[in-house]
Design a protein around this ligand. Structure first.
Ligand code: PAF
Length: 305
């Protein structure tokens, strides 16, 4: 069945309810995106399609999560290609609203606050970013609640459909924050994480990679190499020796390291005791951010022994 694109919340809710009813579906998946889709997003969509009867993807470049207007203007808009990619993965419905549809009264006076978890790492260099991202994710998760567009009589038949939303592990801090928002504020949705998709040479796929020139792209590989080094050390229960991995990144002239640390995957607090001379034990997350030429890149790697 051909994919359908809608632009209003009313259409989204009516159309997803119609799809659920016509398919006799019992589950709905939501894949929130800002467009400029690549194979990482395709993996999110494919996972959602595999596990749900109806899948809705959203494409909305959210002004609230951009620090400055230049960044917002520069963000690539590739709607037709995005819809084609989503259709190939088997997504049923695309919701591509305008800014006025999402923020009809202008910038919201009340927002979701990401708290201390949103102030560290990425939050430290992009103040307000996670408040803006969480605010729109909260709205999108509400719009996508399955059955919201059904007439009242339809809702009471056979219980509520399962509701799942899909986020990439690549944006580890966003994922941790969305999980906390959903748990702390009792959203009726299960958050599913999808592993990072990498190019054959290891570079994590990102909409920003298109801004790297050839030399910068080659230099950027040091991020995934350093993460892989930690992964190998963790798996073989060696000391992580984070300092030597940091030195490896810092030796690359085109790369300006912002942070590189080993943290608790839920709180993102550094695990200082588990990353130097003692053999690695347990589970952790290695996170890294750097500017490569003009482009800020982030990456991470789950560590387990
Ligand atoms: O990860 C993204 O693309 C965005 O931050 C999201 C979750 C779609 C919210 O705008």
């Amino acid at each position: 069945m051909a994919i359908k694109t809608v632009t209003t919340v009313a259409e989204l809710q009516a159309e997803s309810a119609r799809l659920l009813t016509s398919k006799g579906g019992t589950s709905q998946g939501l894949v929130p995106t800002m467009g400029a889709l690549h194979q990482g997003h395709a993996a999110l969509a494919r996972t959602a399609v595999k596990h749900n009867d109806v899948v809705v993807a959203t494409i909305f470049v959210n002004p609230l999560q951009f620090g400055d207007a230049t960044d917002l203007d520069r963000y690539p808009r590739t709607l037709d290609a995005d819809i084609a990619l989503l259709e190939e993965q088997g997504v049923d419905l695309v919701f591509a609203p305008t800014v006025d549809e999402v923020y009809p009264d202008g910038e919201p006076l009340v927002r979701v606050t990401s708290g201390v978890l949103g102030e560290k790492w990425e939050g430290a260099s992009r103040p307000g970013h996670f408040d803006g991202a969480l605010t729109v994710v909260a709205k999108l998760l509400h719009y996508g609640i399955p059955g919201a567009g059904l007439p009242a009589s339809g809702k009471s038949q056979g219980g509520l459909p399962a509701y799942r939303a899909y986020f990439g592990q690549k944006d580890a801090q966003q994922l941790a924050l969305v999980r906390r928002m959903v748990a702390d504020l009792n959203f009726p949705v299960k958050i599913e994480a999808v592993p990072t998709v990498r190019a054959a040479d290891g570079l994590a796929l990102s909409s920003r990679n298109r801004f790297l020139d050839e030399a910068e792209r080659e230099a950027a590989l040091v991020l995934s190499r350093a993460l892989r080094l930690l992964e190998e050390r963790a798996m073989s229960r060696q000391p992580l020796d984070l300092d030597s991995a940091r030195a490896m990144v810092e030796s690359q002239p085109l790369v300006a390291l912002d942070y590189f640390d080993v943290v608790d995957p839920g709180t993102l607090d550094p695990l200082a005791e588990n990353c130097r001379e003692t053999p690695f034990r347990g589970e952790a997350l290695a996170i890294i951010a750097a500017k490569v030429g003009p482009v800020r890149l982030i990456d991470n790697m789950p560590l387990a022994s």
